[in-house]
Each structure stands twice: as C-alpha cells, then as structure tokens.
Design a protein around this ligand. Structure first.
Ligand code: FE
Length: 334
C-alpha cells in the first residue's frame, strides 16, 4: 500500500511536470530567473559535460511552495532565485540542504553564501544611487542615508517597498543603525519623494533621466541594460557610503533541494556555475558582477569604475526582512 501510494505520487508529479522527471545523467532546476538569463549557462554545461539540465521558470514563491509540496518525491534538484532575502526564506522553509564543496568555498566569498552553505551566490548586483548629472552635482551625493536630507525634498524616486530589493537594503540599514535611526531615515526618504513609488527599477532610472526626479535607488543591472541599449542615457550611477560601510551588494543564487534526486550531479553543476565559464556568461548576459572575484565583469560594468562594497553577509537581508517590512510600512513607504 505504501509503495503504491508513492508510485502514484511519482506518477502524478511526472504528469504535472511533463518530461521534467529526469534520468540519472540529468539535473532539474526550478528558476525564478527567466530563460534567457540561465539557458546559455546550462547549454554551455551540457556542451562541456554531456549532462542535460532541465528547468522551469516561475516566480520564486510558487517554486518554493512546489518544492515544499513535492517533499520527498522531489523533482527539482536545484532552486535558483534572486536576493539573499528570498534565498534565506527558502532556507527557513526547510527545502534546502547545505552543499559542502571546497571548490565552491574557494570560488565564492563567504559573505555571498549562507553561513550554513544552504545557498550560494552566483552573480552580484549593487543597489546603488542613480542621479541626473545635469541637475545634481556629484559632490552633493554621499550616502543612502543622506538622501534623507531636506535638500532632496521632492527630488527622490523609489521603487515600491513590496520589492525584496528594498526590503534587503532596509534590513542592512537596520543592522547598521538600529531600528529607530533607520525608521527616521526611511520616513525622510518617503517625505522627499517626487512621486509615488514605482513598480520597477527601470521606471526609476527613466524617471531620473526624464527629469521627474533627480535621484533614485536601483540595482545596477537595470542601469546596465538600459545604458547598453541607449548609450546616450543621461542618468548616471553613484557609489554611496565609500567612507563607511560601502555599497549594498546583493545576489542571485542557487540552493540544493533537501530531497534532490540527483544530488551528486547537482553539486557538480553548482561547482561549475561558480567557475570561470559560467561566471563569464552570467556577467555578460545581464550586466551583473561575477560572484567569483577572479572573473572580470563585462565592459559595460567595468566602465562604472571600482567601488567599496559592504562586507556584511547577505543573509542579514533575510534575518532582518520581517523587521524591515514592518518598518517600511510604519514609515509609509508604499
Ligand atoms: Fe531584478
């Protein structure tokens, strides 16, 4: 009876997932990153090793729920998603298992991995300041916190606080300044807004470019994509907090399913994804920073210049996420 039940479960899963149920020399990935960002990496891996990588893409929440629901009848070996805040959530849900690999530990700095190695950063993005050089003197800019000054009244654009990127940035500010001080800063940001928060980072950059506001806070790859498509883009990036903690850097990363059916193959794939070939592809397809510091960024990214990054472990974004959400809500950041 027990056997029959699990057979039925497997059958049901295969029906639901079509041909996703993989053979022994295959790896299955659930990814919240879209096809065009991950397929080139998997294609290169298959070409090099002969191992096939099957994947589906969806938003992170349904993918994590699906892994949880599949439990021991797991289909997916690996979960790819963005932001330490999301990866930390997956770890808390108990759907990941640690990867202990000397190769990965050597390739990826510890601040960009979970302290338990339940997830590993594959590519990095800074959440930084974008400004209009025709209306803002670079010397006026210093820190994220200074965007709370009266000088920026009616000049700031932000994305919605519903997005994990802003929750993570706020979480790191709570870690640095404590809750009281951070709330003061965030309230002042909200008071300085030129317009209601936008639904995405592109809109923030385009609003700065179009003169709707003078400064904003965005992830670097959005800027990189827009700037590559339109080299005449007027908005520019600024690296804040260079005299203190540095720029907030977050990541896209990967975790091993607690019940991964092809664990060994999956770990080999993750190891390879932290190496030069995959890191190069990540860097070039989405204008992100390679998480492996031995790999150079793309020309577009290199042109932004070097900067000091915050060395705070990215998992702080997850640990303080709930506090950050409550704080942003109290501050009226919609
Ligand atoms: Fe994004």
């Amino acid at each position: 009876m027990k056997l029959r039940k699990s057979l039925l479960a497997v059958l049901a899963t295969s029906l639901l997932t079509g041909n996703l149920y993989a053979a022994d020399d295959e790896v299955v990935v659930y990814s919240s990153r879209i096809d065009e960002l991950i397929k080139p990496v998997f294609d290169a891996y298959t070409k090099e090793t002969g191992v096939k990588v099957k994947f589906i893409t969806d938003k992170e929440a349904p993918l994590m729920q699906r892994i949880k629901a599949e439990g021991k009848n797991a289909v997916a070996d690996l979960l790819i998603t963005v932001d330490g805040g999301n990866l930390w959530q997956a770890e808390q849900m108990g759907i990941l298992q640690p990867i202990n690999s000397e190769i990965i530990n050597a390739n990826i700095p510890s601040q960009y991995r979970s302290s338990t190695n339940a997830w590993i950063g594959l590519s990095l993005r800074a959440r930084t300041i974008v400004y209009a050089p025709d209306r803002v003197d670079e010397g006026e800019l210093t820190t994220y916190e200074a965007l709370a000054d009266k000088n920026w009244d009616g000049r700031l654009c932000l994305r919605t606080s519903k997005k994990v990127y802003n929750q993570s940035l706020t979480a790191t500010m709570i870690e640095t300044h404590g809750e009281k001080e951070t709330q003061k800063i965030v309230e002042a940001w909200v008071n300085n807004l030129a317009t209601d928060p936008f639904s995405d980072d592109n809109a923030v950059i385009l609003a700065v470019d179009a003169g709707q506001c003078d400064v904003g806070i965005v992830n670097t790859y959005y800027y990189g994509r827009l700037h590559k498509a339109n080299p005449k883009l007027g908005a520019k990036l600024f690296w804040p907090n260079q005299n203190d903690r540095g720029v907030h850097v977050n990541l896209s990363g990967i975790g091993l399913n607690k019940y991964a059916p092809h664990k060994e193959q999956a770990i080999k794939l993750v190891e390879w994804m932290t190496g030069p070939t995959a890191q190069r592809i990540f860097a070039d397809t989405n204008q992100e920073f390679p998480a492996n510091p031995a790999v150079a960024p793309s020309e577009e990214v290199a042109n932004w210049g070097k900067f000091k990054a915050d060395t705070m472990p990215v998992e702080v974004a997850g640990k303080r996420q709930a506090e950050a959400i409550r704080l942003m809500d109290r501050a009226g950041w919609r």
